[in-house]
Design a protein around this ligand. Structure first.
Ligand code: KG4
Ligand code: ZN
Length: 356
């Protein structure tokens, strides 16, 4: 079975051909071996618009949609390679930017109709959640995961704690009340004139900084619930910058220290709430996913905390942290019983699609 995944929810146009072979078979395609009973990424294509949005300091929805429109067919063609048509098409139907989502969904619907291939609309956050299963070594299989699991999904648009009882059985435990974690990284990076996206730049400078130099607040770290709030932290950075650099420029060392102190504050809150919720709901496993899961300091913090509590911990390889269509194809595989050749008639986009 070959699944074509299509992703266009934000500023990445992506298509992936994923193979799901019956046990006992093994083939090599595109230089990679796909073993029977396993999932194999045959071709993964991501066309990033980051360079285009950089000059605006963030994603401009109108520009993003136009870029998806010109990129989507070449990206799909590249992912398909010599495969004439897949056995299933999986496309992100939300959450995300409505006009960006519409390009991917309309393309998927058209291909489904023309090819006569079943189609399924998937949730972008569910795809981030399971992305760790697509590691290249195929070492982690779903059978190994102990449930319930607590998943922290941290991206540019979302910060959610989700209790996972099984594939498809989710309960939202907590979420951000204002900015998402990635959004907070991006906004602070903007203040520091580090460009867009901010997360990778902040984590880069933080490596050479003193994380104890500035004591930034850890909003809601001790609250009884599992919600988050990052706008106060962002404002605190702004005030500190006014004091530290009234004329506008920071020394390189001070910049590193601000990055390290800020990153530690946000990570402390994310890790603390994840562990508290895991404890309360007696989770056996902790899962990390989404663009911010590329952050090595966050991985380390949760890894240590999970090990301390004897919990299993899974996170995606770096190439799977940002938006990609391999994870969309995988979510499609998990939901394949809902796919049909007729869905193109009614499949819609939902900017605020919920997982639970
Ligand atoms: O999942 P994603 O690619 O897109 C959305 O679905 O939103 O996440 C993008 C977010 C951006 O806010 C970016 O700054 C953040 O992930 N990010 C990071 C790092 N790499 C990307 N945040 C912190 N540290 C990083 N290393
Ligand atoms: Zn995403």
């Amino acid at each position: 079975m070959k699944i074509l995944g299509i992703e266009s929810s934000c500023d990445e146009t992506a298509a992936t051909l994923l193979s799901c072979l019956p046990a006992g078979l093994s083939v090599v395609r595109a230089g990679r071996e796909a073993k029977g009973g396993h999932l194999g990424v045959l071709q993964n294509v991501v066309w990033s618009q980051v360079q285009i949005h950089k000059k605006y300091g963030g994603v401009v929805p109108e520009v993003a949609a136009r870029q998806h429109l010109s990129a989507i067919m070449p990206v799909i063609q590249e992912a398909l390679g010599k495969t004439r048509k897949p056995d299933l098409i999986a496309v992100t139907r939300g959450p995300g930017l409505i006009t960006s989502l519409a390009v991917g969904v309309q393309t998927a619907k058209t291909l489904s109709y023309v090819w006569g291939v079943p189609l399924i609309g998937v949730n972008h956050l569910e795809a981030h959640l399971w992305s760790f299963l697509l590691n290249k070594e195929n070492k982690i299989s779903l059978k190994k995961i102990k449930f319930p699991a607590m998943a922290l999904i941290v991206s540019g648009g979302h910060t959610e704690l989700i209790l996972v009882k099984a594939v498809g059985k989710y309960k939202l435990i907590g979420q951000t009340l204002d900015d998402a974690a990635g959004e907070c990284f991006d906004k602070v990076a903007k203040m520091l004139e580090l460009g867009y996206p901010g997360g990778p730049m902040i984590s880069h400078f933080a490596k050479s900084g003193d994380k104890n130099r500035i004591k930034f607040p850890r909003p809601m770290i001790n609250s009884e619930d599992f919600d988050f709030s990052f706008s106060g932290l962002k404002t605190s950075v702004k005030y500190h910058l006014n004091d530290l650099a009234p004329t506008g420029s920071l020394s390189q060392q001070m910049l590193n220290d601000v990055c390290a102190s800020f990153q530690t504050a946000i990570i402390d809150v994310l890790a603390e709430k994840t562990m508290k919720s895991a404890e309360k709901f007696q989770a056996k496993t902790v899962i990390l996913g989404g663009g911010v899961s590329a952050n090595e300091a966050l991985i380390k913090k949760i890894q240590d905390a999970a090990a301390f509590r004897s919990l299993d911990f899974y996170y995606p390889e770096k190439w799977l942290t940002g938006d990609n269509a391999a994870m969309i194809a995988l979510a499609g595989y998990f939901n394949k019983q809902k796919a049909s050749k007729e869905i193109w008639r009614k499949l819609s986009v939902d900017a605020n699609l919920k997982m639970a």
